[in-house]
Design a binder for this molecule. Structure first.
Ligand SMILES: [Fe+2]
Ligand SMILES: [Fe+2]
Length: 141
């Protein structure tokens, strides 16, 4: 079972929080697709996730650049690492054919990565942006 998005994961930037919720929702659907063994569903979701994640990381990175975020390089490197690992995992999954175990492995990996990345790196960014807004250096997110 994928871990759902909870308000504890809110970083306080509506655009980003909405995207995080969307990501968790799609992972949930991926879990369902895998348990039904529907290869076309799974393929569609994997493709959606790969594009959506790039869009989402891009949105966060724009906030970082706009606010001169000091930890930009490290945070961006985490995003790039995820994209590499995701591509590696899904390639393996496609080559071997969709099977439940591999599907569950991907689900768990994505959900766990997201939960950890949001609660550390994204949360840190959210706090930084809030400080910038409070000091009048940045228009409110
Ligand atoms: Fe994020
Ligand atoms: Fe991030």
């Amino acid at each position: 079972m994928a871990i759902p998005w909870t308000p504890a994961l809110a970083i306080g930037v509506p655009e980003i929080d909405h995207q995080h919720q969307e990501l968790f929702l799609r992972i949930e659907r991926l879990v369902q697709g895998v348990s039904r063994g529907n290869a076309a569903d799974i393929e569609r979701l994997l493709e959606f996730l790969s594009q959506y994640v790039v869009k989402h990381f891009g949105a966060e990175e724009r906030w970082m650049l706009r606010s001169a975020y000091p930890d930009y390089t490290r945070h961006k490197a985490e995003h790039e690492r995820f994209i590499r690992d995701y591509e590696h995992m899904t390639r393996e999954f496609r080559e071997k054919g969709p099977n439940v175990l591999a599907g569950i492995r991907i689900n768990n990996w994505i959900a766990e990565w997201l939960r950890q990345h949001i609660s550390r790196s994204d949360m840190e960014l959210g706090r930084f942006l809030a400080t910038k807004v409070a000091s009048g250096d940045l228009d409110g997110p």
